[in-house]
Every structure is written in C-alpha cells, then in structure tokens.
Design a protein around this ligand. Structure first.
Ligand SMILES: NC(=O)c1ccc[n+]([C@@H]2O[C@H](COP(=O)([O-])OP(=O)(O)OC[C@H]3O[C@@H](n4cnc5c(N)ncnc54)[C@H](O)[C@@H]3O)[C@@H](O)[C@H]2O)c1
Ligand SMILES: O=C(O)C(=O)C[C@@H](O)[C@H](O)[C@H](O)COP(=O)(O)O
Ligand SMILES: [Zn+2]
Length: 354
C-alpha cells in the first residue's frame, strides 16, 4: 500500500482492494451516503454501498449515464433531488465510484449540496486515479465548453483500488497515460524515462512500472494542488495541453476521450512554444515520440481552426481577449505564453494537422 498525503489535508490511498473500505475513511457522524456510479461499474457501486450498510450507514447506490453524458446539469439536478428526498444533511456524504467523469460529477454535487458536504472519491480509471479524483476540481460541462460550471471542493479521501483497472478497456487505460505523461513533461521527467523503457507495458495495468507511474503522477498533482488549490497561478501547469485539448472535446460534442484530446493538445502546446521560440525542436519531437509509443494520438483534422479558436477563448486561463497557454521552456520547466500571435497559432495548428 502507498499513501500520498495532499498537503496534510487528506490522503490518496493506492492499494489492491481498497475500494470497499470507504467506511474506514468516511469520518465520524455520517448517517447517510449516496454512492454515484456509471452503469459500467454497477457491481462495484453496489459492493461499496453494501460495505457502508454493513457499518450501519443508510447507503443508496445511484447509476448515472456513461462518460461525459454524466457531466450535465440535468444529471446533477437529479442527484440533488435524490439527496433532498433522502434527507441528506451536512454530516452525510457523497461517494464517487467511477472514472473522472463520475468523480467530477459526484464532487460537484457534494460541493453544491447544502453549500458543501463531504465527498469520498473511488476512482476506477487510470485517469481518475492519477488526476481527476485528486485535487478538488469538480464540475460539469455545458454545450459551450468543458467544465464551465464547477467548484473547488477537496475530497475527504481518495481510494485507488488498482485491481479494478483490470476491466478497463485498453483505449481508456491508454487515455489515462496522457495525464501521467503530462505530469512527466511539466514536473517529473523520470515518468518519461519509465514510459520510454517499456512503452508497450506502460499501456497496460499489469506492466512492471504501473504502480510507480501512478504514484509519481499523484505526487506531482498533490504537490501542486496543496500549494495552489484555487489555481491562482502554479496550478495552471496541470492544464498543460488542455487549452487545445478541451477545444477538441467541445467541437466533438464530448465524444472524444479526454486523455486523447489532451495528448493532441500537448503536441499543439509544444509546437506553439517552438513557434514562439521558447522550446527546442528536440523536445517537440519527444512529445510525439512518447505519446505515440503508448498509442496516443498526436494529430487533429485540418480545416477546423475557427471553431477550435472560438472554443479556446472560453478556456478558464483566458483573461478578456488574451489567450493564455501553459507551454514548456524545457522538460520540467513550464511557463505561460500570453497572447500568442495569429501566425504562431496557425503554425502550431498546421503542425498538428498535416
Ligand atoms: N477534476 C480534475 O482535476 C480532472 C482531471 C482530469 C480529468 N478530469 C475529467 O475526467 C474525465 C475523464 O475521465 P476518464 O478518462 O476516467 O473517463 P470516464 O469517466 O468517461 O471513464 C472512461 C470509461 O471507462 C468506463 N469505466 C470506468 N471504470 C471502469 C473499469 N474499472 N472497468 C471498466 N470500465 C470502466 C466508464 O464507464 C467509461 O465508459 C473528463 O471529463 C475530464 O474532464 C478531471
Ligand atoms: O487539476 C487541474 O488543475 C487540472 O487542470 C487537471 C486537468 O487534467 C483536468 O482535466 C482539469 O479538470 C481541467 O480543468 P479546467 O479548469 O481546465 O476545466
Ligand atoms: Zn485533464
């Protein structure tokens, strides 16, 4: 078992079988729990619910639509209604059991119910474990953009049961690698070396470096969010690749995996940094190399610039008319690029849409 403390405020536990031990981390005085899960994880959701009932808690399991279809105002409103009907108070708890979409939704509902009740996160995807469930960013999408409505609401605990990754479809596992590789580029280059040492194994849960990759990525995130929960500055580095990545997701009506969009977004950011003269072509090439080696995409369709730019203007890092990007000066040296020229933007887009 490994435990990563997030600034001493809560723990991220990485352990086989820990998903049904929510009762141990839930805290005192909890009478009711709402366990939110996607239909694909019904049996785990019900097992978590049963484990809570065994300790005398009035626990309810509720299924939500799959993937990004869970992150809507309508689904959030259904959950608020359920909490109201069952009389959830400020000492009761929401539990998110699922991928990043479910932990974002469950976290958001917990953040907003009675202006904030505790949430315990049980991420069941690689991406959820290394990124979404950790750090307290919660939210839902609107048709206009990704995560446009949300709140900062740190969880009470995060339980990463690595056994559940065995059933995760390969494409979803690989999508999670994008956020691990992101952590490698922005802070921890050892991650990139571990991936390069056996890229095929990095794309599956039984690879020799799986636990180390998970723990390293969680440590990067924990370290950043414990210094800057509300993203006043440092936390923006975790958004590397997301300005263009979220734009892809929005123009694709949320039908593209987040991790895949972020992979393309990191290549766009690297090309943009090169066009602005701050990053070497060698590091740009390394982006394509490492992402391709695990099976992630690095290119996007040509001819969609206008809609992508419109979507990027709704990014949370934008200030007024000023587009702002996280770019690298080198591996492990993230900086901000504010107001890139149209020529630099077009050069970067041309480079990712050959
Ligand atoms: N809050 C944050 O800090 C943060 C960080 C990164 C990403 N995110 C968000 O996370 C979301 C992406 O998360 P994701 O990649 O986990 O996608 P996801 O939640 O859509 O899960 C991917 C798929 O895997 C299925 N699934 C989940 N666990 C499974 C398992 N163990 N076995 C079999 N199938 C399983 C799901 O039903 C879904 O179809 C995006 O909405 C993104 O915006 C949030
Ligand atoms: O935790 C963060 O901060 C991140 O930016 C992590 C990202 O991987 C994640 O996708 C996040 O939800 C994006 O946030 P947003 O503020 O751009 O919606
Ligand atoms: Zn992300």
């Amino acid at each position: 078992m490994s435990v990563v403390s997030v600034g001493g405020d809560y723990d991220v536990v990485i352990e086989s079988g820990c998903s049904t031990r929510v009762a141990d981390v839930i805290g005192d005085g909890v009478r009711r729990a709402l366990v939110v899960h996607p239909d694909s994880m019904r049996s785990l959701g019900e097992a978590v619910t049963a484990s809570l009932r065994d300790t005398g808690i009035e626990a309810y399991a509720v299924g939500v639509p799959d993937a990004e279809d869970a992150k809507t105002a309508v689904v959030a409103a259904d959950l608020w209604s359920l909490l109201g009907r069952h009389g959830f108070t400020r000492t009761d708890v929401v539990v998110g059991v699922g991928g990043g979409t479910v932990t974002d939704l469950a976290g958001f509902v917990a953040a907003t119910w009675l202006r904030g009740v505790p949430v315990v996160q049980v991420p069941t995807t690689l991406l959820g474990m290394v990124d979404a469930a950790v750090g307290g960013k919660t939210g839902i999408n609107t048709p206009e953009g990704k995560n446009l409505v949300g709140s900062f609401h740190p969880p009470r605990a995060v339980l990463c049961d690595v056994d559940v990754l065995a059933t995760l479809p390969r494409e979803d596992y690989v999508a999670g690698m994008a956020e691990i590789i992101k952590a490698g580029f922005i802070v921890d280059p050892v991650i990139l070396d571990l991936v390069a040492s056996d890229p095929e194994a990095a794309g599956r849960p039984d690879g020799p470096h799986t636990l180390e990759l998970i723990e390293r990525a969680i440590r990067v995130k924990a370290d950043v969010v414990s210094q800057d929960l509300r993203e006043s500055s440092l936390r923006e580095i975790l958004n590397y690749g997301h300005t263009f990545g979220h734009a892809i997701e929005q123009v694709e009506h949320y039908r593209r995996r987040h991790g895949e969009a972020v992979a393309i977004g990191m290549v766009f950011a690297a090309e943009l940094a090169a066009a602005a003269g701050v990053l070497s072509v060698e590091v740009v090439a390394r982006h394509r190399e490492v992402l391709t080696s695990v099976g992630l995409p690095t290119a996007y369709e040509a001819g969609r610039w206008a809609e992508l730019e419109t979507a990027m203007r709704r990014d949370k890092k934008t200030r007024g008319d000023l587009l702002r990007f996280v770019v690298l000066e080198d591996v492990g040296r993230p900086v901000r690029l504010e107001g890139p020229t149209q020529e630099q933007l077009h050069t970067a887009y041309a480079a990712v849409s050959p």
